[in-house]
Design a protein around this ligand. Structure first.
Ligand code: NCD
Length: 307
């Protein structure tokens, strides 16, 4: 039962629950008009303590397309945090008004802490360099809708694997499916954290610095932005920011059915000359993000049109 639950990490949900969300997301994607009143009278609060375009807009459009309403802030300085209010007090207050909340926060663990103060469902929309579970649901819906399966895949993750929370959530989740092979492509300084690798006991994994060496073997290539905001000094960022730039030439011999994904925003890591390639699915992925969030909101609010 997903009703009333919070989503802080992808492991909060069983694979069966994830599957229920993906199936509903897929139905909403195919028949959006069925759902235009699903959340009528319900209110979603969006608490963004860190910048966001896609995630915030996708949650807002998700709720509005379900017939619900949205309140929130996208700059912590305009909220009572600037007066010194604790996270728990902010959440307890918002719970008096809203039915469900979404939070993005620069501090790892902040949404988890906040969820303990309240009864209403809270969704983690990214906590520092830690986790980003709704991006993972987005990624899974994208893959499942295009490959029909989440098993038997070789998935390459390229770029900032150290600070990239989308990578951490996706790897931990994909590791729960069958026969997944991980290829981690990064500079030495941005390697996947040990604590994530330690969970991959039953998976084949390969680490390399060189994208060209492995690209032709991949079913999925998940490109990521170097996370400027998590660096301690500008010099390191400038040295590493253009470590990988995917272009037309590099995908010339890659598989016909490769999926080139990116959580967005991109900086330089995918040249715009890749955008027209049918294997480039990052804007489709952004669209899946809205549908899967519609499904998530419905499930956590316990809205079931077939009941
Ligand atoms: C990602 C994030 O915020 O972690 N963006 C997103 O939510 N789509 C990726 C990023 O910022 O690089």
């Amino acid at each position: 039962m997903l009703k009333g639950k919070s989503l802080i990490e992808p492991s909060d949900f069983t694979l069966e629950e994830i599957d229920q969300i993906l199936s509903l997301g897929n139905d909403i994607k195919n028949f959006p008009s069925k759902y235009t009143k699903a959340c009528e009278g319900k209110l979603l609060a969006t608490l963004f303590y860190e910048p966001s375009t896609r995630t915030k807009f996708s949650f807002e459009s998700a709720m509005l397309r379900l017939g619900g309403n949205v309140i929130g802030f996208s700059d912590a300085n305009t909220s009572s945090v600037s007066k010194g209010e604790t996270l728990s007090d902010t959440l307890k207050t918002i719970e008096c008004y809203a039915d469900i909340a979404v939070m993005r926060h620069p501090k790892e663990g902040a949404p988890k802490l906040a969820s303990k103060a309240i009864e209403m469902p809270l969704i983690n929309a990214g906590d520092g360099g830690h986790q980003h579970p709704t991006q993972t649901l987005t990624d899974l819906l994208t893959i499942k809708s295009l490959k029909n399966d989440l098993n038997n895949l070789t998935i390459g993750l390229c770029g900032d694997l150290k600070f990239g929370r989308t990578v951490h959530s996706l790897v931990k989740t994909m590791a729960r499916y069958e026969n997944i092979k991980f290829v981690f492509i990064s500079p030495e300084e941005l390697k996947i954290p040990k604590y994530i690798k330690e969970e991959l006991k039953n998976q084949e994994l390969f680490e390399t610095r060189n994208l060209e060496d492995v690209i032709d073997d991949l079913d999925i290539l998940y490109m990521t932005r170097v996370q400027k905001e998590r660096f301690f000094n500008e010099e390191d960022y400038l040295r590493l920011k253009d470590s990988y730039i995917l272009d037309k030439q590099k995908i010339k011999n890659a598989k016909e059915d490769l999926l080139i994904m990116h959580p967005l925003p991109r900086v330089n890591e995918i040249h715009t000359n890749v955008d027209d390639d049918k294997r480039a699915v990052y804007f489709y992925q952004a669209k899946c993000g809205m549908y899967v969030r519609m499904a998530l909101i419905m499930k956590l609010l316990g809205v079931d049109l077939n009941a």
